[in-house]
Design a protein around this ligand. Structure first.
Ligand SMILES: NC(=O)c1ccc[n+]([C@@H]2O[C@H](COP(=O)([O-])OP(=O)(O)OC[C@H]3O[C@@H](n4cnc5c(N)ncnc54)[C@H](OP(=O)(O)O)[C@@H]3O)[C@@H](O)[C@H]2O)c1
Length: 281
């Protein structure tokens, strides 16, 4: 297949490039050469004649989105509209990467694909607007919601935890925000399977199992050999930041596992690989 990947230099884009090459012919797109908010990218991307466009580019700075919601909509919603129009023009399928933050976090168990989304912050709202645009414009689309992505070289939670622990010798981490740590190479492998199916629809694909930020941070420090660094538990309500994350942002991998047999391994196993085999990314 010919596959175009937006956000090709991001955490997920790089993992996808490793997993999909050389079996597929790839076009990697990212800033500064390709800006998804520009209308002329519609023709540019269509001219590659992709069979599938995996749209991973986004404004992923959640607090930045909270400070500048219009910019979040410009990149995450209107940029997605351009990619969807390029897919329409090229008669390509689209795989849109969305987020657990389309949910409000009030549910008491992990969110299923059938739960009604209700975003409570500008990042989630702008990504949800992207979902609606994809559904409105395209028949052949996969919408994949994921969460808490990390991989080597990315600006992610494990990296920030290790950096803060080194700098301060102590940490304060939220204990009541839940999610699913997801190793980008694991997600990339699942996406590679999904795009072969033409089984379009909405999917949740995250590392199996649920963790709190505190549990994730504690495991990161243990695996980094810094298990002696003290961590203070903080309540989400007391942790001041620009964005308001959903308290329960955990997703259930229901549809892909049930209909296609696509599964990700438990998040704890993937995190061990992140520390043990960095080059396996
Ligand atoms: N990271 C997470 O925890 C997480 C959780 C749930 C869902 N997701 C979704 O998963 C996808 C991949 O995330 P990621 O962690 O790989 O993000 P990432 O590392 O931030 O990569 C996103 C890429 O998109 C690029 N980009 C931003 N604005 C662009 C524009 N206008 N035109 C073209 N490219 C642009 C970024 O370039 P610059 O770096 O130069 O800005 C970056 O290379 C995103 O759609 C995100 O919303 C992420």
């Amino acid at each position: 297949m010919r596959i175009a990947i937006t956000g090709g230099r991001g955490q997920l884009g790089r993992a996808l490039a490793r997993v999909l090459h050389p079996e597929h012919s790839l076009v990697l797109l990212d800033l500064p050469e390709c800006d998804i908010t520009r209308r002329d990218e519609i023709d540019n991307i269509a001219s590659f004649l992709p069979d599938v466009v995996i749209h991973a580019a986004a404004m992923t700075d959640v607090d930045g989105c909270a400070r500048n919601p219009l910019e979040a909509y410009r990149v995450n919603a209107l940029g997605t509209q351009n990619i969807a129009l390029a897919c329409q023009r090229a008669n390509a399928a689209m795989l849109y990467i969305s987020t657990n933050e389309v949910f409000d976090g009030t549910k008491d168990s992990p969110y299923l694909e059938f739960d009604p989304p209700h975003a409570i912050n500008p990042y989630g709202a702008s990504k949800l607007a992207g979902e609606h645009i994809v559904q409105m414009l395209l028949d052949h689309a996969y919408i994949v919601r994921t969460a808490w992505l990390y991989s080597h070289g990315g600006n992610n939670f494990p990296r920030k935890i290790i950096q803060s622990a080194r700098a301060r010798g102590t940490l304060a981490v939220v204990e009541d925000e839940l999610g699913n740590p997801t190793f980008a190479p694991d997600l990339a492998r699942a996406l590679a399977e999904l795009v072969e199916t033409s089984h379009y629809g909405i999917y949740h694909l995250v590392g199996e199992g649920v963790a709190s930020r505190y549990e994730w941070a504690a495991r990161v420090l243990q695996l980094a050999g810094m298990g002696n660094v003290p961590i203070t538990r903080v309540r989400l309500a007391d942790y001041k930041r620009a964005s308001t994350p959903p308290r329960n942002g955990a997703l259930a991998n229901f549809v892909a596992a049930t209909t296609l047999g696509i599964r990700l391994r438990p998040w704890q196993e993937a995190l061990e690989e992140y520390f043990n085999q960095p080059i396996a990314e």
